[in-house]
Design a protein around this ligand. Structure first.
Ligand code: PYL
Length: 262
């Protein structure tokens, strides 16, 4: 998993709104609608919950420590879906206690290994790898549906067999897609055939490699949902495919965690 850096999430407040509009254009769904779809919830139910739910983001100093603006970015994403979200001043266990005693219904916390949304009232939890995979598969499916096609029996290529890629494979198979996985690590037991990427119309790009996919490696009408950070497409490919590409640093994973855990 790539560790975020502050410069990638600095514009989260205003960036959220712009990305939400772009998501609606590409998928027909707002971030909240996409998260609800990914979590198997109804957007109306989530909107009803947003009226009185309180969400908290607690900075965590464990391991490599706090990432500047991480908790603030989580809060900005949660607020953009219509929920009230506070960033606790205290960190770690003290911050969790402060959030709990303030009455938070959901607490977002992340160390270097795990990013969670913990429900304080019910045994429900949002976990970022699973939520990101579900959110991006839902985005790919929505883009496919927008072209009057169906993900069932569709050939989908998953690039990268890490935690997100594995969850994406499982979710895609459950939807009846025909899944192929490429990974460059021979120990993952998956082939690595970059030259064959061009044969796939639908792609989940879940590698931590930056700018390794060039425009001539992609089918012209390819639809790409890219949870991997940094983005695997190089700048030229990202520009050429910008209307067929869904990618962000934190938004879809965080919103889907919220929908899964509330
Ligand atoms: C959750 C993100 C998505 C991609 N990589 C994951 C990452 O950067 N994890 C580390 C998060 C550390 C947060 C730090 C803080 O500011 O609370 N402990």
């Amino acid at each position: 998993m790539t560790r975020l850096i502050t410069e990638w999430i600095l514009d989260m407040e205003e960036g959220c709104k712009r990305r939400d509009l772009e998501l609606k254009e590409k998928t027909g769904l707002s971030l909240l609608e996409l998260a609800a779809k990914a979590a198997g919830r109804s957007p109306l139910e989530l909107r009803r919950l947003s009226g009185d739910a309180l969400v908290a983001a607690v900075p965590v100093t464990a391991g490599l420590g706090v990432i500047g603006q991480f908790a603030q970015s989580v809060a900005a994403i949660v607020r953009s879906t219509g929920f009230n979200c506070i960033v606790m001043e205290k960190s770690d266990v003290n911050g969790i206690y402060e959030a709990y005693t303030t009455g938070a219904d959901l607490i977002f916390i992340a160390d270097d290994d795990r990013f969670l949304a913990m429900n304080t009232k019910a045994p429900k939890i949002g976990e970022n790898n699973l939520a990101t995979a579900a959110g991006y598969v839902a985005a790919l499916e929505a883009m496919i549906n927008k072209k009057n096609a169906d993900i069932k029996d569709a050939p989908v290529l998953v690039l990268g067999y890490g935690p997100v890629g594995r969850h994406a494979e499982e979710i895609l198979l459950a939807k009846g897609a025909r899944v192929t996985v490429f990974d460059k690590d021979p120990f993952q037991g998956k082939p690595n055939r970059p030259q064959d990427i061009i044969h796939f119309p639908y792609i989940i790009e879940a590698t931590p490699e930056s700018a390794w996919i060039h425009k001539e490696m992609l089918a012209p009408d390819a639809l790409i949902a890219a949870p991997g950070i940094p983005l695997g497409l190089d700048a030229e490919a990202a520009e050429q495919f910008k209307n067929q590409l869904v990618h962000d640093m934190l938004d879809i994973g965080t919103a889907t965690m919220l929908a899964m855990a509330l």
